[in-house]
Design a protein around this ligand. Structure first.
Ligand code: PPY
Length: 351
């Protein structure tokens, strides 16, 4: 944990241990330069508590870049509740309430929302003890799940990536492998099928792929062969860290563009993708749709039209980043980070 904090460069991390659940609790606030730190609450089991802290810190840093590139008036943060396994509902609820009180203690410097294994009902629970939770249920005055709009943003990003790589935005017959058929991967697969793409799905859960096979008629591949499957677009939509020096040489795609946070094991993997001739849509650009939904509706009072315009803007931003990367001979990851750092250098906009 010392190493994680020393190498991180974020503002602070709140840490706690919850005796009844056995969970380690982390709130990593990476940057409040552009506004309050924003980022979801992830509930997951890790090999060690240090791995949970590392995930929180890295995800918080990605949120800083995400908010900056999307032009949202927020900083970057993330919470991790590192649970030992499946929790009894009452124990889980009490863990969330304790987390909510910790969020509240930060006085609005951190705003949370749903993330992996947390949902709108969980945000309603947090809201019992703090107003600083985005993504509450619609019945409770929130904007509901942000996952469908995350998928819409990724869809626009895939279209822009296909247009850049192949010279045409038409998805008809394009082979797109959606890795992870969850709350984002599912609706994304549906949009791609509707646009005429040949969709291939893989997931560790047989139940989830079967549902998509039955409703959409997608092709299914085993998780073990997802890297070796020939496709135009590989769309990682589950956990991070899937792309590294071992898996990148196996890829048989032209584009990597998906919803997962931190799909690269390390930043230099962006360079490996570039060297392999693969166009990479940086995660913190293409997966900003959830943040656009939550912050747009709940903090900025946007209409549906305004949210949709910003989701379309993800495609426009990616096209600009691809052109800058080509012009300067750098990776798309590097080009996107430059956009973020330029915004961070300027600071918050006056409005
Ligand atoms: C993400 O995009 O990974 C998020 O965590 C979404 C989010 C954005 C703003 C507040 C809470 C969650």
């Amino acid at each position: 944990m010392e190493d994680v904090l020393r190498q991180w460069g974020g503002e602070y991390a709140l840490t706690a241990y919850d005796e009844p659940s056995g969970a380690y609790m982390f709130i990593a606030v990476h940057s409040t330069r552009l506004g309050p730190g924003a980022g979801g609450t992830r509930m997951k089991t890790y090999a060690t508590p240090g791995d949970g802290l590392l995930d929180a810190c890295r995800l918080a840093e990605a949120m800083t870049l995400k908010m900056a590139v999307a032009g949202l008036p927020m900083g970057g943060a993330k919470s991790v509740l590192a649970v030992p396994g499946e929790l009894d509902p009452e124990v889980r609820r009490n863990l969330l309430l304790r987390h909510g009180r910790n969020v509240h203690a930060l006085g609005g410097a951190y705003r949370t929302g749903p993330d992996m294994n947390t949902n709108s009902a969980d945000m309603d629970t947090l809201n019992e003890v703090t107003p600083y939770a985005f993504g509450r249920s619609v019945a409770n005055g929130g904007s509901g799940s942000s996952a469908p709009d995350t998928a819409v943003g990724v869809f626009h990003g895939i279209v822009a990536s296909v247009a850049h790589a192949f010279g045409s935005a038409d998805l008809t017959g394009r082979r797109v492998l959606v890795q992870g058929a969850g709350a984002v991967g599912g609706p994304l697969a549906e949009m791609l099928v509707k646009a005429g793409a040949h969709v291939i799905v893989s997931d560790v859960s047989l139940e989830r792929v079967e549902a998509l096979y039955d409703t959409l008629g997608v092709e299914v591949v085993a998780p073990a062969s997802e890297f070796d499957t020939e496709c135009d677009v590989y769309a990682p939509c589950a956990t991070g860290g899937v792309l590294d020096a071992t898996t990148i040489p196996r890829l048989r795609c032209r584009i990597v563009a998906g919803a997962a946070n931190n799909p690269l094991s390390q930043r230099s993997d962006g360079e490996l993708l570039r060297a392999a001739g693969i166009l990479y849509a940086p995660d913190f650009v293409i997966n900003a749709g959830g943040g656009i939904h939550l912050i747009g509706y709940e903090a900025l009072g946007w209409t549906t039209e305004q949210v949709e315009a910003h989701l379309i803007g993800i495609g426009t931003t990616l096209t600009e980043i691809y052109r800058a990367a080509d012009a300067e001979g750098i990776s798309t990851e590097e080009a996107a980070e430059r956009v973020a750092h330029a915004r961070l250098a300027v600071g918050p906009s006056p409005s």
